[in-house]
Design a protein around this ligand. Structure first.
Ligand code: ADP
Length: 298
């Protein structure tokens, strides 16, 4: 599956652009869409799942299917887990997924039963199949959410802010589940404002800010752009307070009566520190602080 987005715009009533002249290609595998709140991620997701029409521009799938003309075919190949996914209160987990399978058009009882049971196994909910879906833990609900998105064997899977509200263990489990699914012949688009959702799992990514595409490429490429901009400073208490005012601080560790402070900056004039290897979180901060500030003022 290959998605091509060309000159896409979305203007809401009132005239502000939620998506501005977006050009982006999304290949097979796991694709991370990262950006702060208000960047336009949900708007883009809603356009891609045909819940909303763009103001202008074009989206094609595999070079032949056009989002504006082939809505029904495209819907049939989509699985969507929205940010505010919620479900009917009284159904048991099995019944819920069975219902989703019926909605997806699986009419044959025996085939549906096999598909539902296999899916429950895959997302680790088989043991919980008789529990009321509404009473599952946050992580289990999300896994049931992905199960309903996958039941129809979709080729494009769109997941909006999947780990919001999950504890760390559930977050890792959910990421691993997506990772496993992404090894099939599918495209998974994962939209998030959490850098950690992207780093370990995505082959490619894009960074959106205020409706504009700020970066697209691999997470490694984004990290490379931050080389030379990440510092570990040894600071006294007084210096730490100054540094905190001047630079984006990534982390602080107390050491020998002072602090070891990680910052993202072009230089650290006057402080004692060394450069360190950037990770994706550093790169994201570098992009948002330096590149985008100068870029949005341009
Ligand atoms: P994200 O998902 O990255 O947080 P959104 O796509 O929700 O971003 O929002 C992008 C921009 O569009 C924001 O400025 C938001 O306020 C605006 N917006 C989103 N939905 C609507 C709407 N229904 N009507 C008007 N403006 C909207």
């Amino acid at each position: 599956m290959h998605i091509k987005i060309e000159n896409l715009n979305k203007v809401y009533k009132g005239g502000s652009y939620a998506i501005k002249n977006l050009n982006l290609e999304i290949p097979n595998g796991m694709f991370g869409l990262l950006g702060p709140n208000g960047a336009g991620k949900s708007t883009l997701m809603r356009i891609l799942v045909t819940l909303m029409k763009p103001s202008s521009g074009k989206v094609t799938i595999n070079g032949t299917l056009d989002l504006a003309k082939n809505r029904r075919e495209i819907r049939a190949m989509l699985g969507y887990l929205p940010q505010d996914f919620s479900f009917f209160s009284k159904l048991k987990t099995y019944e819920f997924l069975d219902y989703a399978a019926r909605l997806a058009g699986m009419k044959n009882g025996a085939t549906r039963r096999t598909a539902v049971e296999q899916m429950l196994e895959e997302v680790g909910l088989f043991e919980a199949r008789d529990r009321i879906a509404n009473k599952l833990s946050g992580g289990m609900k999300r896994r049931l959410g992905i199960a309903q998105a996958l039941i129809n064997d979709p080729k494009i899977i769109i997941v909006d802010e999947p780990t919001t509200g999950l504890d760390p263990e559930e977050r890792i489990r959910f990421r691993n589940l997506l990772s496993t699914i992404s090894t099939r012949d599918v495209t998974i688009i994962l939209s998030t404002h959490i850098v950690g959702d992207i780093s370990s799992t995505c082959d490619n990514m894009a960074l959106l800010n205020k409706g504009n595409l700020a970066f697209s490429g691999s997470p490694e490429q984004l990290v490379k752009e931050a080389e030379g901009f990440v510092w570990l400073i040894k600071a006294t208490e007084k210096e730490y307070l100054e540094i905190n005012e001047k630079y984006p601080v990534i982390s602080t560790i107390p050491i020998d009566g002072g602090w070891e402070v990680q910052v993202v900056a072009e230089n650290i004039n006057g402080y004692y520190g060394t450069q360190i290897k950037p990770n994706l979180e550093h790169a994201y901060v570098h992009f948002m602080e330096n590149k985008l500030n100068s870029w949005s003022n341009a």
